[in-house]
Ligand binder design. Structure first.
Ligand code: AHR
Length: 516
């Protein structure tokens, strides 16, 4: 491949990454909670049943905010079922995942788990089978200090101090027919705005995210965002976006181009939100919460397939095993999120453990890292700072990405996907410039030359690559490190240029010390 050139300057930035961009998601689904983060009796479990081997991997992964308790699950959830003495909590049928929910883990346990992991909690309220009244009561239970029935109930349950949860999602994917009590945009907009009025009347410090479309290929996409924001604009800070990248078509170049469509998705939602603002002559800017994103297709199920005999507790569903090419597509999504740091102010990898997850556990056994663990850990640990504008001169390829979400089967053309997908993040405090670089060519090495202007002296601190000759290579309990980062050698500095050679189909992280 010919030289691929990147030009950036210290002073030209897209935006600063918000701490909340690096979040993840725990849903009551399959073995995410039960036998995932929580497994009383496991040899590493503490007295609350929190697996400490999982906790150690979570710390390494470094998510910053955690969405809970759903997902589809939340649209039928009574938050009251998950608080109070465990022996008194009801067992319920969960119609989202056709399982039995024992409720032995609930909001208070989740908050304790977050505090232990040093992660900010993000709670979703049920706007499917319930509405504003349940939502305001949940805020009062969680955040009101004391002196009312609900706040004193929390104290009686053993949590004296308010949980002080700042980030609240107004339901989940309410546009999706698979959702319990799905709604039209107008129906949802009305319910959401009433909840969004009452919740901050209890605690004015909270921030709210309205549901956007559950995917860019939904038939109501665009119109949904517009109508929902027309109702909620004055009462919310965020609109949500969800994307699950797939390779159903077995077309790896198109799979790796899907993150370019994520870029379009973000740009379009920004445009719609700003159009709603413009009609009001408002300078308020609605920020984006990309609160579900990942690669997911092998274990997707329709409602019929979800019917499991006997309504099991924590069945092993959606346990997607990720391969090398999934990690590449996933890395591309990380780059898309970074490159929209000006407007995407929250993000959640869906999900954290066992369910379409970077961390897998054996019930009663060990925990291990999936291939996608690695790009996320790089993204979160090294992606904090000022994202710089980049000019990229790279060969491109044409792709046609297939996305069957929604009732229609759709192809989305990407006429010119650059072989190089890149983001550059400057952490001024640490004196570090980090380049996240994905070589999307499956066959050719990429000679990369980055002109990093305005920094002065450059010194390579560390360079890593994720590459495997077999794009279908996976990690497993038996071989947990088959796909793992290795050193990227021969990165060199020549004046203000960083030079590297990127393997075909590789994810690369180059850390350049730019401290004066
Ligand atoms: O993350 C799995 C599911 O995907 C979530 O429950 C839902 O919100 C989405 O459709």
């Amino acid at each position: 491949m010919r030289n691929v050139d990147v030009l950036l300057h210290r002073d030209f930035e897209i935006g600063v990454t918000d701490k909340r961009l690096f979040g993840a998601f725990i849903e009551h689904l399959g073995r995410c909670v039960y036998n995932g983060i929580y497994e009383p009796g496991h040899k590493t479990a503490d007295k609350q049943g929190f697996r400490q081997d999982v906790m150690a991997l979570v710390r390494e992964l470094a998510p910053t905010i955690m969405r809970y308790p759903g997902g589809n699950f939340v649209s039928g959830y009574n938050w009251e079922d998950g608080v109070g003495p465990v022996k008194d909590r009801p067992r319920r049928l969960d119609l989202a995942w056709m399982s039995t929910e024992p409720n032995s883990f609930g909001t208070n346990e989740f908050i304790d788990w977050c505090r232990m992991a040093d992660i900010e909690p993000m709670l979703a309220v049920n706007l499917g089978t319930r509405a504003g009244d349940a939502a305001r009561n949940m805020v009062e239970y969680c955040n009101h200090p004391s002196g009312t029935t609900l706040s004193d109930l929390r104290r009686k349950h053993g949590w004296d101090k308010p949980h002080d949860v700042k980030f609240w999602c107004l339901g989940n994917e309410m546009d999706g027919p698979w959702q319990m009590e799905a709604k039209t945009a107008t129906e949802y907009g009305r319910i959401a705005v009433e909840a969004a009025k009452m919740m901050p009347w209890i605690d004015p410090s909270i921030e709210l995210a309205a549901c956007g479309s559950s995917g860019r290929s939904m038939p109501t996409y665009g119109a949904w965002e517009q109508t929902v924001l027309e109702h909620t604009f004055d009462h919310v800070e965020f609109i949500s976006l969800h994307t699950y990248i797939n390779n159903y078509a077995g077309d790896t170049p198109a799979f790796l181009a899907a993150c370019d469509l994520m870029d379009s998705f973000i740009d379009e939602v920004v445009a719609i939100a700003d159009a709603v603002a413009a009609r009001r002559r408002s300078s308020k800017r609605i920020m984006l919460s990309f609160d579900e994103w990942n690669v997911w297709y092998r274990t997707r199920r329709n409602r019929q397939e979800r019917v499991l005999p006997g309504w099991p507790v924590a069945p092993p569903i959606l346990e997607e095993i990720y391969n090398m090419e999934d990690a590449l597509a996933f890395g591309g999504a990380c780059i898309s999120l970074l490159n929209h740091a000006d407007r995407v102010k929250a993000g959640c990898l869906a999900q954290l453990v066992n369910v379409i997850a970077p961390i897998m556990t054996e019930t009663g056994g060990p925990a291990w890292r999936q291939t996608i663990f690695h790009p996320f850990a790089h993204f979160s640990n090294f992606g904090r700072g000022r994202v710089l504008r980049t000019q990229i001169d790279s060969p491109t390829y044409a792709a046609n990405y297939y996305d069957p979400r929604g009732p229609q089967e759709l192809y989305f053309p990407v006429p010119a996907a650059p072989n190089l997908k890149l983001s550059a993040v400057h952490d001024d405090k640490a004196g570090m410039l980090t380049l996240f670089a994905l070589n999307r060519s499956l066959t050719e090495e990429m000679p990369l030359r980055v002109a990093a202007k305005g920094f002065g002296n450059l010194r390579v601190e560390k360079a890593l690559q994720l590459h495997h000759a077999d794009l279908k290579a996976i990690n497993s309990k038996a071989a947990p490190d088959k796909v793992a980062p290795t050193a990227l050698s021969a990165v060199r500095i020549d004046g203000e240029h960083v030079h590297a050679t990127l393997k075909p189909a590789s994810w690369n992280v180059i850390r350049v010390n730019v401290a004066k």
